[in-house]
Design a binder for this molecule. Structure first.
Ligand SMILES: NC(=O)c1ccc[n+]([C@@H]2O[C@H](COP(=O)([O-])OP(=O)(O)OC[C@H]3O[C@@H](n4cnc5c(N)ncnc54)[C@H](O)[C@@H]3O)[C@@H](O)[C@H]2O)c1
Ligand SMILES: CCCCC[C@H](O)CC\C=C/C=C/C=C/[C@@H](O)[C@@H](O)CCCC(=O)O
Length: 257
């Protein structure tokens, strides 16, 4: 079954630039109303003005939101609903890579993402008189494998994977579909800055090898749109790497029953 994005309303966190911005652009092309949201107010407003020029002023707004702040997240959902009437689609994209400031990284990549998912359910679950909807979380291939250079980042993305897959188990009662996307390295400001020693501790040799195979933000946006539209693969983690055809990651079962 195909979910029709046209006329729906989407929130994308951390979408002033990078992957999130590109996801907003594709959602707008598909006919959604979009809430651009970020801590970076100036860039967020610029991005929003750019989109308003291309897609019409009434279809896109900027709402400042630091996902580590409870009141910001609540304000994001309530203002989005006040502006567009309902929230149908949430893309939890905000994330950082900073091993030195690892507590902040966990707050953004994990705690903020989980809180946003809870608010999505509060507003969208049919148990709470919502109309249902779709949530796509940005994990990473780092959520599916070990990584010596950025251990906490890998842990944070494993958490996104585990949380998303677990939400799927109650999807039948909520009518909110959860998926996560697990990209390899993508050409964004943050990925280019990967070798900054404040962020990770990878050898420069490995960084060069990884950088030689970078994806484009468009590849990830396309995968996110695919997951939103494809109702048949809810709960799954979608791998996006330059090495193989995009595919679902199948986790082996550990239970004997
Ligand atoms: N770039 C990659 O190689 C890559 C690969 C796999 C997964 N990811 C994931 O994709 C997501 C987007 O990454 P990107 O590469 O586009 O990075 P980016 O730095 O280009 O964009 C991230 C955005 O998040 C915003 N942000 C940071 N902290 C925030 C906070 N507390 N609240 C709200 N917004 C905040 C930033 O201002 C920025 O606009 C992240 O979750 C990242 O982990 C990235
Ligand atoms: C916000 C920017 C985020 C950039 C990081 C991305 O999420 C992309 C991560 C992509 C690849 C990471 C590879 C890491 C590899 C090494 O640590 C390597 O040695 C791992 C080897 C272990 C294994 O193969 O399981």
């Amino acid at each position: 079954m195909t979910y029709d994005i046209k006329g729906k309303t989407a929130i994308v966190t951390g979408s002033a630039r990078g992957i999130g911005k590109c996801i907003c652009s594709d959602l707008l092309k598909k006919g959604a109303n979009v809430v651009v949201s970020d801590t970076a107010e100036d860039v967020g407003n610029e991005t929003t003005a750019e989109f308003q020029k291309e897609f019409g002023e009434s279809r896109v707004v900027f709402i400042r939101c630091n996902v580590t702040k409870e009141e910001d997240l609540q304000n994001l959902y309530s203002k989005a609903i006040a502006t567009f009437g309902y929230v149908d689609i949430v893309v939890n994209n905000a994330g950082i890579l900073n091993e030195e400031n690892w507590k902040l990284m966990m707050e953004i990549n994990v705690t903020g993402l989980i809180r946003s998912c809870q608010l999505a359910l509060d507003n969208m679950s049919t148990k709470n008189k919502g109309k249902g909807g779709v949530v796509v979380n940005l994990a990473s291939v780092a959520g599916l494998m070990a990584g010596e250079g950025s251990k906490v980042y890998h842990a944070s993305k494993h958490a996104v994977y585990g949380y998303t897959r677990s939400q799927y188990l109650t999807q039948g009662t909520d009518n909110v579909r959860f998926n996560c996307v697990c990209p390899f390295l993508v050409d964004t400001a943050l990925a280019q800055d990967w070798d900054n020693s404040n962020r990770t501790f990878l050898t420069s040799d490995l960084i060069e090898k990884l950088k030689a195979h970078m994806l484009k933000t468009e590849d990830i946006a396309e995968a996110v749109i695919f997951l939103i539209e494809d109702e048949s693969n809810a709960g799954k983690a979608y791998l996006v790497t330059p090495f193989q055809k995009w595919d679902y990651y199948e986790q082996p079962s550990v239970l004997p029953f």
